[in-house]
Design a protein around this ligand. Structure first.
Ligand SMILES: [Zn+2]
Length: 229
């Protein structure tokens, strides 16, 4: 088994991807980034819980400068988070594009992955796990397999001793399929945090919550997750 570093935000996607990755890699480190996002504390708590469950060393990387680059709804409460109270709105491409723009943090995943590559190379880890998936890639180009492919080419040149490859074990599936896999693997449903807000419970109306709710609903499993909202 090769060594791997996982980007564990504590959300559904990275939770599941890391669960599958554990079958193929020795996951030596889980990284969570605090860039001043609304949900930073909840995401860190969720990631700590997951890392503890699987006995993976966990580290929080502080990136305060990322928030200072400009206002967006993910890091600034003064900017309104788009609401998806009606799950049908998820099918409206204009609405999801508008939401993506509202929560966009400049080159966030590019920064995360290059930081992860430094950790990976220093630890002799040749894989970096992410939770990129088909559903998010439809709106976010930095979740796409094309991005991963091109980044991996760049990492071959920006690292020397242990060139790592970025890999997501949920890259080709959507959230409905991810929930089915979560249930199949019998993973605890209280461990992840998939909400842009950082309140006591997940808000249920931000795009991330809406996608999670829709995925459970599509599997006829709404009752399994309703207590989290
Ligand atoms: Zn939410």
């Amino acid at each position: 088994m090769d060594r791997a570093v996982t980007l564990l935000s504590g959300g559904l996607d990275s939770y599941l991807s890391t669960a599958v990755a554990k079958q193929y890699h020795e996951v030596v480190l889980a990284l969570t980034f605090n860039y001043g996002q609304r949900a930073a504390n909840q995401e860190t708590k969720a990631a700590q819980k997951i890392a503890k469950l699987w006995r993976i060393k966990h580290q929080v990387v502080e990136l305060p400068w990322l928030k200072s680059l400009g206002e967006n709804a993910l890091t600034h409460t003064t900017t309104l988070l788009p609401r998806f109270s009606d799950l049908e709105k998820l099918k409206d491409k204009k609405a999801t594009e508008k939401s993506a723009e509202a929560v966009w943090v400049p080159n966030r995943n590019g920064v995360f992955l290059n930081i992860a590559a430094s950790f990976a190379e220093s630890l002799g880890a040749t894989t970096i796990i992410t939770g990129f998936n088909r559903e998010e890639a439809a709106t976010f180009p930095d979740n796409s397999s094309d991005y991963v492919h091109r980044l991996n080419r760049a990492l071959e040149l920006s690292t020397l001793l242990y060139p790592p490859k970025v890999k997501s074990y949920v890259q080709e599936i959507n959230k409905k399929e991810m929930v089915a896999k979560l249930i199949e693997l019998d993973l605890p449903l209280d461990n992840f945090w998939s909400c842009y807000e950082g309140k006591e419970k997940m808000c249920g109306v931000c795009e991330s919550c809406a996608r999670t709710l829709a995925a459970f609903k599509a599997n006829d499993l709404s009752e399994k997750i309703s207590h989290r909202f």
